[in-house]
Structures are given as C-alpha cells and as structure tokens.
Design a binder for this molecule. Structure first.
Ligand code: SOE
Length: 387
C-alpha cells in the first residue's frame, strides 16, 4: 500500500483533533493509502517541537511554505485561524498537494471563491480538497441524512437548529483569536453557526435560499490573554475590543420551501457543545443533540396513534454509517470519531479519484449563507443567497 504523507499546519485544539484522526484512521478502517504523520508545522520552534512529540509526528517545520516543496508531503491539512486559509490552501493546491481545510472555509466570500477556483483547477490534475465540517460524520447525523433521502419523514416543513456553547459567557474570559474579526472573520456565526448551516443542508439535501438575521456582541471589551490555547486562556492586565458577534440568530427559507430557525451562541450558560437539530416532515420527524451524540430520535407519523412516539435510535449498530469499524453495539463513540471518519473519507476519495464532500464549493456556499446573515443583520432586511 502506498503512503500518503501528511503535513499538518497548526497544533492547538483542531491540530490535536486532526492528529488523532490521522493516527487512528488506518488502525480501525481498511484504507487504500497509509497516512503518514510526516510533518507538523507551526511558527514557534519550541512549541511545535513539544507538540510533535505529544501528537506523534515525525518532523517539524516552522514555515508552511517549506511543506509545499517536500516530497514526503502529499496532503496539507490546514488547522490555522481563518485569515490564513486562503493563502495556504491556494498555494498548496497550486503546488499539487491535496488539501483538507478547517471550517469555515475562509473569512470572506471572495477568499472562498478564490479557493474554490483553485480547487477546481487542481481537480483537473487529480488533486483533491475538502472542508472540515466534521459533524456530518457523526453516525447519527449521517443516518439522519439516509433516512431523509429514503423519504422516511416525507416532505420537510421545518428545520430547527441550535449550536449552544458558554465558554465566553464570563465577561472576564480573555480575548483569543476566535474573538478577533481580522483572524476569525466572524464569531459564533462562522465558528459554530457554520456547522449547523452545513449539517442541516447535509441532512435535508436542500440549501438555504434566504435569511433574516440578528447578530449581537454582548461583551464588547475583555482582558487581553496573557496566554491562550484552544478555548481557554489566562487573562492579562490590559483590555481589548471584541470585534466579532457573540451570538447569531436567523430565520431561513430553504429552496424546497421548508422554514428554518437557527441560533448560534457562546452565551448559553450550562450548554457546553449542544448542537440541537430537529427536522419535521410530512411523514415524521428527526431530532438530535450532540450532547447525546450517539442517539437519533425518529418519529414515524404513520405509526398506530396508540403506540406512536419518538423512537430512540442508538446509532451504534454495525449497519449505521461508519460504526462497523469501531466497537460492538452500545459501545459509544465520541467527538473525535467525526475527525477520524473525515480522514477516512478523504483518503478514500484521493485513492479512488473521486470528489470528496464537503468540497470547497460546498464551503463557499456556506460562506455565502454566513455573509447573507451578516448583511441581513446590518440592513435589517431579508437577504437572498446567490447561487
Ligand atoms: C469552538 O467554538 C469550537 O472548537 C469550534 O471551533 C469547533 O468547530 C467545534 O467543533 C467545537 O467548538
């Protein structure tokens, strides 16, 4: 079996999650190519060396451009803040490297368009790219999509989605790159709202056509971080501005005519990583909450009224998407498994010469929805999504 050399840029929260995925994918799934954790890249030589040892990589680089000329790197995995996604991904594709890019694809629609054009040009040369909307690969979510596609809930009328966190509900929680518009593009909207846009469109097979939105920044100034990694940090003495939204709410119409209600917030005290989705169709409903991520709730409107009710499907059977490679039924999966499934699907697509999903074009479409949400909040008008 041939090797697939990986060069991963970034080693904080997402870098650790992706490292784990590259390590475990070939150990549980029969892959057509063997991912090699060849090079971990970050700007701080000492910190990246410490991360290399901890996360299991062979070598380090401190300049991502060096990855592009290395023969032992065939795939660049971009786990940096959004402000560098476009530059790195486009250069990598032009250098003939496959690319996995964290979500949201970019900080602006223009960047996402340029990335999509680069991805299309590279595709003609057999180079593949994918954007990291990992929650699609939670077995219960992939199962929900299958059930919708099989017509089990009929015509979709309502899409209800919430992504609820509370890691900055404390006004003294320090600033991080995720609260800086120049680095992150937007706040709760792009960081977690993007996930529920992707997940609901994935499950329904439909796309959002129009939105009416409101963004809010509840805490406008915070301590500058003395030191920060992932979602936690220690506060320094200075204070600085929060330049992104803390929360985003919006109404949406899907192109099929279904109505959507979306909410993304970092201020839902007590909710750590709740992703709640409910879809109501003419023949039944589906409901999911990531805080109980192995379960999918299914209501069949055709059931005998005396015994009808939401059915609790434990998505851990070998017949459920991805699950056969893991543990016996009832032995639960966690957050990290979505990243492993993402690695599996990407490696398989590269070997098969097929287009992995979600593609950069899919990432661009989500970016257009995010931009329309922001525009609607600013204009106080409904905004149509192009395309
Ligand atoms: C922070 O809100 C975060 O880490 C997101 O950036 C991830 O995409 C999400 O999976 C968990 O929360």
């Amino acid at each position: 079996m041939s090797d697939l050399g990986i060069g991963l840029i970034g080693y904080a929260f997402m870098g650790a999650a992706h490292s784990q995925a590259w390590r475990s994918a070939p150990r549980f799934f029969d892959l057509p190519l063997d991912p090699q954790l060849n090079v971990l890249c970050g700007r701080n030589a000492d910190a990246v060396e410490a991360a290399r040892v901890k996360l299991g990589w062979k070598e380090t680089e401190t300049d991502w451009r060096k990855l592009l000329s290395r023969d032992d790197v065939q795939l660049i995995d971009v786990c940096t803040p959004g402000d560098s996604h476009a530059e790195i991904a486009i250069a990598a594709l032009e250098a003939g490297k496959h690319v996995l890019c964290e979500k949201p694809l970019a900080n602006t629609v223009e960047e996402a368009e340029a990335m999509t054009a680069a991805a299309e040009a590279a595709k003609a040369k057999g180079i593949r790219s994918m954007v990291g909307f990992t929650y699609r690969r939670v077995p219960a979510i992939a199962l929900a999509r299958q059930l919708v596609a099989e017509g089990k809930i009929g015509t979709i009328r309502h899409v209800r989605a919430q992504y609820l966190q509370d890691w900055i509900a404390d006004p003294e929680a320090p600033l991080s790159w995720r609260l800086d518009k120049a680095k992150a593009g937007s706040g709760a909207l792009g960081d977690i709202g993007a996930h529920i846009v992707d997940m609901t469109q994935y499950i329904t097979g439909d796309t959002i056509g129009e939105v009416s939105a409101r963004l809010e920044t509840f805490v406008k100034e915070r301590p500058v971080a003395a030191e920060h990694s992932g979602l936690s940090g220690t506060a320094g003495t200075e204070r600085g501005p929060v330049t992104v939204d803390d929360a985003a709410v919006f109404l949406a119409t899907f192109r099929s005519g279904a109505l959507g209600v979306f909410e993304a917030t970092r201020f839902a005290t007590g909710r750590k990583n709740a992703i709640r989705i409910e879809i109501n169709g003419s023949e039944g409903s589906l409901a999911f909450d990531f805080e109980d991520m192995n379960l999918l709730h299914y209501y069949d409107a055709g059931d005998d009224a005396r015994t009808a009710g939401f059915r609790r499907i434990l998505a851990t059977e070998p017949d459920h998407p991805y699950v056969g490679a893991w543990w016996p039924p009832g032995h639960l999966l966690g957050y990290e498994h979505g990243f492993t499934h993402q690695a599996v699907d990407l490696v398989t697509a590269i070997a098969d010469g097929t287009d992995p999903a979600p593609s950069f074009a899919d990432g661009l479409q989500v970016q257009r929805v995010l931009a329309a949400v922001e525009a609607s909040s600013n204009s106080r008008q409904w905004q149509e999504i192009a395309g």
